[in-house]
Design a protein around this ligand. Sequence first.
Ligand code: ZN
Length: 243
Amino acid sequence: MNDQSHNNESALVLFSGGQDSATCLAWALSRFARVETIGFDYGQRHGIELECRDDITTGLKRIRPEWQQRLGEQHTLDIPTLAEISDTALTRDVAIEMGEGGLPNTFVPGRNLLFLTFAAALAYRRGIRHIVGGMCETDFSGYPDCRDDTIKALNTALNLGMARNFELHTPLMWLDKAATWRLAEDLGGKTLVDLIVEKSHTCYLGERGARHDWGFGCGECPACQLRAKGWGAYTASHAEAKR
Ligand code: ZN
């Protein structure tokens, strides 16, 4: 996408308060004239993510003056039904492990399909054409609703079903976690990287006790391990570049 092509348009960003969606929010703020966010409360164990959002948006507004002007409404939708119909390690107090078909039991079936459909319904009402999400195919988990093919198919379905011309953007689709940190650095320099380390939340268990060099979290769950690994690769490439 041409960076200048949407500078008069609005975007709605799926913003959970995690590393990926915080990076997506900065990406959208650097491209669109107006940016609103949507978050979902579905009884997830790590509801703390949602609480991190205010700290992140406050920090983002300080990084660039135009980001402060562009950042608009922050929406939160309660969808408790998702917890009712899903039986996963994200909504229940059970150990995270691999389940059938190589998918971890953190997989909430249909979650991203629902999120994007709700986002599109809200975008429709707000007159917003661009929807931005942090779905990533290179992610460790292999969630089928994060795949590029799924997103493209859903984009078509939403456009047909709502008679709109939505564009779903997934800037992290082909990035690994180290590249996601680099993208944050490109967008907002060390200040943005520091903000995401300090304020974004990734841990599946919702722990913010221990502060690691990559941020807060239990350090053991798959999400923490992935974040730690990506941070390690990112800082190593930095050290390499300085030599
Ligand atoms: Zn964790």
